[in-house]
Ligand binder design. Structure first.
Ligand code: AMP
Length: 575
């Protein structure tokens, strides 16, 4: 297919904001595409070269792309930069500068969509010395052969900034519209989505839909080594309601970490997150546990991975673990600083058989036989099988005091439904509400070890009507005496807060200081209560500091009294 055909589609998509229209444009286009090109075209139409879950990246940043434009057009780099400053869209810059140039030079031959796809795909595999130069050469070659409009989209695809507003839902609907015309619309969309949950690449899904319709889609099976969209939980309004929801239950600790799917086939192991990222390289210790302590050589198990502080052995909040997830270098060092613990709770594939249609009770039985636990490192989740509210409450409190999020109440008779929040499956019970961003409007000087520092802080929300800040609770928890020292940590320390707040002290009366609202912190808490102690009429129960928001929020942007009122009502309504 000529790339210019695709470019026409991009232009049409850019020129409409209607989702329905976009769906129609893509459906019509996919329908006309040959089956052997469909997988690539479906990716390209989303501005992608690799499916979302692939760890491969084109790896060309804005700055490099500017060099590509300047070198392929023979235009000064400063001119490219100047144009970019005007629109912030490098695609448009390429189009404009090339438009002028192409009046004098004839371009050589038609560019094919396949050529664009393959050249950009090559970029991800280039490594080692001179990588950037080779990449610049490859993209320059494409740009040099392109028309002005084509250049616009080559540039946008390369830097991953398409600006055509094609979300995954649109592609799903377009695939259904193009290839399942004769089916009931709702069924068709469901079938495409279901296939995508287990094979998250609309390129592949489109090809299957075109070749074998509804039947083909319903036969899509998960594959070891490729991620799938995992089963999700729903929030329970209360513990009692959660326990009453199912006949047979298991109550498990809900760990505060990251979901990990561990695939194992013979000596090969893959690790995927819930967002389908491949994180195998980042967690070598998990790979080695999986090799030695999963008895099957052909299975997929699911777990929650927890991060610990290597020195204090205390569980760390999720943000630390996310540093390991993102880390591409010095893996050994960060593995020492933030060791992990794997808490295993499900199995979805065993010895050639997909277990989605097995009930949880059966899956857990299989899981027990497959995992050889290593205490504290690679173990089955803690769980109890009882509906006795007192025992469950005790289990729940223990989970919270162990710094975990709460519990999962699971229906032992439910099958595994990938990619869904299903009411019939898992219910989470956790105390914390949505975090609030609040301004610090007062404080008290600390005593003892905290002398010289501002200790307890007064939190304030903004009353939208009067613009005034209203107190809504005191907070001292979650502020550290010392930073953990781990690179990139987000600890908030007393010292740091004192430095930020001191210049904003407005007045002092006894131990209490009034502080001008300038500093915003994100606060987690267990519940909002009515209170006469604070001007807002509300107090936060067990508030704790999560992080500073000074960089991205001014006091005027902090949460409002109105929002607290709304959250309070929601909490009372139990939803
Ligand atoms: P949420 O993200 O709040 O919807 O809760 C679902 C997430 O809880 C899952 O994706 C897991 O990452 C995590 N989780 C922690 N402990 C468990 C457990 N015992 N069973 C299932 N999921 C768990």
């Amino acid at each position: 297919m000529k790339y210019s055909k695709l470019v026409e589609v991009y232009e049409d998509l850019e020129n409409t904001s209607s989702k329905l229209k976009k769906t129609e444009i893509i459906a019509e286009f996919l329908e006309k595409t040959n089956v052997d090109e469909l997988a690539k075209i479906t990716l390209l139409v989303q501005g992608k070269i690799f499916p979302g879950w692939s760890e491969k990246e084109i790896g060309i940043a804005l700055q490099t792309m500017m060099k590509v434009i300047s070198s392929s057009l023979g235009i000064d780099a400063s001119r490219v930069e100047q144009e970019f400053k005007k629109t912030g869209d490098l695609g448009l810059v390429a189009e404009k500068l090339m438009g002028k140039k192409k009046q004098t030079t004839l371009f050589k031959k038609d560019l094919s969509a396949d050529k664009v796809f393959e050249n950009l795909k090559k970029l991800a595999d280039i490594e080692g010395k001179g990588t950037q130069n080779i990449k610049i050469q490859i993209v320059s070659e494409l740009v040099a052969h392109a028309s002005a409009k084509e250049a616009k989209y080559i540039v946008r695809t390369t830097i991953g900034d398409m600006r055509i507003g094609v979300a995954e839902g649109i592609v799903r609907d377009a695939v259904a519209k193009a290839f399942l015309k004769d089916e009931d619309w709702k069924e068709a969309v469901k079938a495409v989505e279901r296939a995508w949950f287990v094979r998250p690449d609309y390129g592949e899904v489109a090809q299957i839909a075109k070749e074998s319709g509804l039947k083909g889609l319903s036969g899509v099976k998960l594959e070891i080594g490729k991620p799938y969209h995992v089963l999700l939980s729903e929030k329970a309004p209360s513990m009692e309601k959660a326990l009453d929801s199912y006949e047979k239950i298991v109550v498990e600790v809900k760990y505060d970490g990251a979901r990990l799917c561990i695939h194992k086939k013979d000596e090969k192991v893959w690790l995927f997150t819930r967002r389908l990222e491949n994180v195998t390289k980042q967690f070598p210790e998990v790979v080695s546990w999986a090799k030695t302590n999963i008895k099957s050589n052909n299975c997929i198990i699911e777990a929650e991975m927890l991060g610990f502080d290597g020195k204090t052995k205390q569980p760390l909040p999720f943000q630390f673990l996310s540093q390991r997830i993102k880390r591409k270098y010095d893996i050994e060092k960060i593995a020492k600083d933030i060791p992990v613990q794997i808490n295993i709770f499900d199995i979805t594939y065993l010895d050639g058989k997909v277990l989605f249609n097995e009930i949880l009770e059966k899956r857990l039985e299989l899981l027990k036989n497959v995992v050889k636990p290593i205490a504290g490192k690679f173990q089955l989740v803690k769980g109890i099988r009882t509906k006795d509210i007192e025992k469950v409450e005790e289990f729940y409190k223990k989970a919270l005091s162990d710094s975990q999020e709460g519990v999962m109440v699971k229906n032992l008779e439910a099958i595994y439904q990938p990619g869904r929040r299903v009411a019939g499956g898992w219910l989470k019970v956790k105390p914390t509400m949505e975090n609030l961003d609040l301004a610090i409007i007062g404080a008290q000087w600390g005593t003892g070890k905290r002398t010289g520092w501002l200790g307890t802080l007064m939190l304030g929300c903004r009353d939208e009507k009067s613009g005034k800040f209203m107190s809504c609770g005191m907070i001292g928890t979650g502020i550290k005496e010392k930073s953990s020292g781990i690179e990139g940590n987000i600890d908030v320390t007393f010292k740091q807060l004192t430095k930020l707040l001191k210049p904003n002290i407005e007045s002092e009366s006894g131990v209490n200081l009034k502080i001008r609202p300038k500093v915003v912190i994100e606060v987690a808490y267990e519940e909002i209560q009515r209170s006469t102690n604070y001007e807002s009429g509300f107090a936060l129960r067990f508030p704790r500091v999560i992080r500073l928001r000074t960089l991205d929020k001014s006091a005027e942007q902090c949460d409002t009294l109105e929002r607290i009122r709304r959250l309070y009502k929601m909490q009372k309504g139990g939803v």
